[in-house]
Design a protein around this ligand. Structure first.
Ligand SMILES: Nc1ncnc2c1ncn2[C@@H]1O[C@H](COP(=O)(O)OP(=O)(O)OP(=O)(O)O)[C@@H](O)[C@H]1O
Length: 241
């Protein structure tokens, strides 16, 4: 059984088809880049995976749970880091996480244990008492990733999580998230930046609502750089929508 299964998913904004019969299966303990240029459909797919939008056609299963039929069970297995920052700058790191834990129905010792574990996974425990406002952009992002792990999900979704960060912060975050995948999570990382992807990572190439390729970055590159392979692929005409 796949940890995340997307089968023949189609989504239309009115007459505009944003995703057209998109299918892929992903396993746990993998880092998968959802790679696509602007307008490819990445955000639309994330909105479907998190239940913000409902697919016109097709099925999504998370850890064996059908998103349409068992939304609570399916969504309970997902952690999400949105592209836009969603933290309270006037609260401390720990307060931000405690608030989120409460929303997840966690309290007391269980909440504290999960918060400590999540902060440890992002090397953020020593920052717990600091106000979020005092953190730089990279540490704020790490706090948001820790927050997405509090309820112990199996799938971690990140929507272009390094936008606006400097090179050192980007490298730190891509490193930490690869470590999370190595420790057992399935990571789906939406990006249009090929330098965030390692040769052994999975890549789903999305373009104009179609999956053009799904393989390891090394296989997709085929001896070229991933950048050259991506450009060649996304210049290839696909069925017009
Ligand atoms: N609310 C909307 N109404 C109509 N069309 C939309 C809407 N939102 C997105 N689209 C269209 O759907 C397609 C996919 O958009 P989407 O935002 O999912 O792509 P993306 O890969 O996330 O792009 P970006 O990297 O720019 O965020 C695009 O053609 C976009 O113009």
């Amino acid at each position: 059984m796949s940890t995340l299964s997307v089968q023949n998913v189609t989504y239309k904004y009115g007459a505009k088809t944003a995703l057209d019969t998109v299918s892929f299966d992903l396993e746990q303990r993998r880092f998968c880049a959802l790679l696509g240029p602007n307008g490819a459909g990445k955000s639309t797919l994330f909105s479907l995976l998190t239940g913000l939008l409902v697919a016109s056609e097709g099925t999504i299963r998370v850890a064996g749970h059908d998103l349409a039929g068992e939304p609570r069970a399916a969504l309970g297995k997902i952690g999400i880091v949105f592209q836009q920052q969603t933290i309270d700058l006037d609260m401390s790191v720990a307060q931000n996480l405690r608030y989120f834990a409460a929303l997840q129905g966690l309290s007391g010792k269980t909440a504290q244990r999960n918060i400590d574990a999540a902060l440890d996974r992002l090397a953020m425990r020593e920052r717990a008492s600091e106000k979020a406002r005092s953190l730089n952009g990279g540490h704020r992002r790490r706090m948001e990733i820790a927050r997405a792990l509090i309820h112990d999900p199996e799938v971690l979704l990140l929507d272009e999580p390094t936008v606006g960060l400097d090179t050192a912060s980007r490298q730190a975050i891509t490193g930490h998230v690869h470590d999370l995948a190595d420790s057992g999570l399935l990571v789906l990382w939406a990006t249009h930046l090929v330098d965030e992807i390692r040769p052994e990572d999975d890549v789903v190439v999305l373009h104009k609502g179609h999956v053009l390729a799904h393989d390891t970055a090394r296989a997709i590159s085929g001896g070229r750089s991933l950048t050259d392979a991506f450009i060649a692929m996304t210049e290839t005409p696909v069925p017009s929508l």
